[in-house]
Design a protein. Sequence first.
Length: 234
Amino acid sequence: MLKVSNLNILYGKLQALWDVSFHVNENEIVALIGANGAGKTTILNAISRLLSPSSGSIEFLGMRIDQLPPYRIVEFGIAHIPEGRKLFPEMTVRENLELGAYTKEAWGKKGETLEQVHNLFPILKERGGKLARALSGGEQQMLAIARGLLCRPKLCMFDEPSSGLAPIVVAEVFEVIKTLHKHGTTVLLVEQNTQLALEVADRACVLENGRIVFAGESKAVLQDDHVKRAYLGL
């Protein structure tokens, strides 16, 4: 479904990614793990075209997308749930959700998708008239995920979905990710909690200093001695 080939990203004269290559198959969960600053968020931003690659290519469903504007990426069926949620705080929960139905097709099916989202996150239906800033951290994360789902994505990219949340809320968020996967949504997951990420993912890529240093099935990554020492404290 997604193919990233020899991706290089520069911030001015500073190189953030070095020849990054990986793929995501349809209906897979693939995790990108690594320390802060390893380049995980940069990869998602490049796929969403919030950043322009210096070189390399990104293909989605067999088509090059690395030169397209961000709104076209959404139209192709890629949703990006960003780190820090990036909600519109002075707008209501309902208004934030409706903004997720950005494309013409998604807007036409907005009612149906809202019903699905409310079944997944009943609290958002209850909070529909409240301002986004009035929600708890966990509720805001649920709103950010739900807003991404309003565009009816084929691929959902999550950037640090557990960040700043209580353990019980983290568990709820990851149950949602597993439910989405069960119903056919492909997932690319960036997550600081390595153990959690590897438990839900089919495959994983380990990033260090802008390079992929290890990739494979999650079970194999979990058994790698370097991953155990560096990311699992074992």
